[in-house]
Write a protein that binds this ligand. Structure first.
Ligand SMILES: Nc1ncnc2c1ncn2[C@@H]1O[C@H](COP(=O)(O)OP(=O)(O)O)[C@@H](O)[C@H]1O
Ligand SMILES: [Mg+2]
Length: 209
């Protein structure tokens, strides 16, 4: 079974719902090591994205993720808007005019998105950011993409969960939390957490078909 544009729209719909449900939690995480707005930022962005995307016809991944990227960049300030915007833009550009993608193609395109985040954020694994859930998740998706695709997506989500846990003992080296130095240790990164939700929404949309 291929990943389709319809699944991509469903994934965005799910991500919007999860962010709505978890906005206080994400904001609580950000209040410990940031400025208590990550849930609010993501909620505002995803709401506006769905207002734009819902009911529109998209022929390809490039089209929908251009709208997703442009909207989140224009609505969300701070770090998350440009970082998620770049992620979705590079991801969509890599898939371009495709309307279906295998798990391997999805992994490659999502990895382009991640490369965009790392380049814009000057961040690497271990810096205590969204990179720490995305990188292991997408590596697992890529490595297991040639077998059972549902299993590959499940593996990706499991690795993202571990990645989020792994941010707790990390010292923040990028973004607002890095201003805290040693005091950032012992707290879970909000952006890594929202990125886990994103990967799990892609997985759920794929499994539901
Ligand atoms: N340079 C960076 N590279 C990658 N991710 C980053 C970077 N700076 C911040 N982030 C991510 O953004 C999240 C914070 O998002 P948010 O609170 O919405 O923005 P802000 O930090 O501007 O308030 C962090 O938890 C982290 O995961
Ligand atoms: Mg913040």
């Amino acid at each position: 079974m291929a990943f389709t544009v319809k699944m991509a729209i469903a994934a965005m719909e799910k991500f919007n719902a999860v962010i709505e449900e978890k906005k206080e939690y994400l904001t609580d995480l950000d209040s410990a090591i940031g400025d208590a707005d990550h849930g609010i930022n993501m909620n505002r962005g995803m709401k506006r994205i769905m207002e734009k995307v819902r009911g529109k016809e998209y022929a390809d991944f490039g089209g929908i993720f251009r709208d997703v990227a442009m909207t989140i960049m224009s609505v969300v300030g701070g770090s998350a808007g440009p970082l998620y915007g770049t992620f979705f833009m590079k991801f969509g550009q890599k898939l371009g005019t495709k309307s279906e993608a295998s798990a391997g193609e999805m992994a490659d395109a999502l990895q382009e998105g991640l490369a965009g985040v790392m380049s814009l954020g000057k961040s690497a694994p271990g810096d205590k950011t969204m990179v720490d859930s995305l990188e292991p998740a997408l590596r697992a998706l890529k490595e297991s993409a040639d077998g059972d695709e549902a299993a590959a997506w499940n593996k990706a989500v499991a690795e993202a969960e571990k990645g989020v846990e792994a941010t707790i003992p990390m010292l923040a080296r990028r973004g607002r939390s890095s201003y805290l130095g040693e005091r950032s240790i012992g707290h879970q990164d909000p952006g890594a957490t929202s990125s886990l939700y994103l990967i799990s929404c892609f997985r759920d949309a794929f499994l539901e078909g």
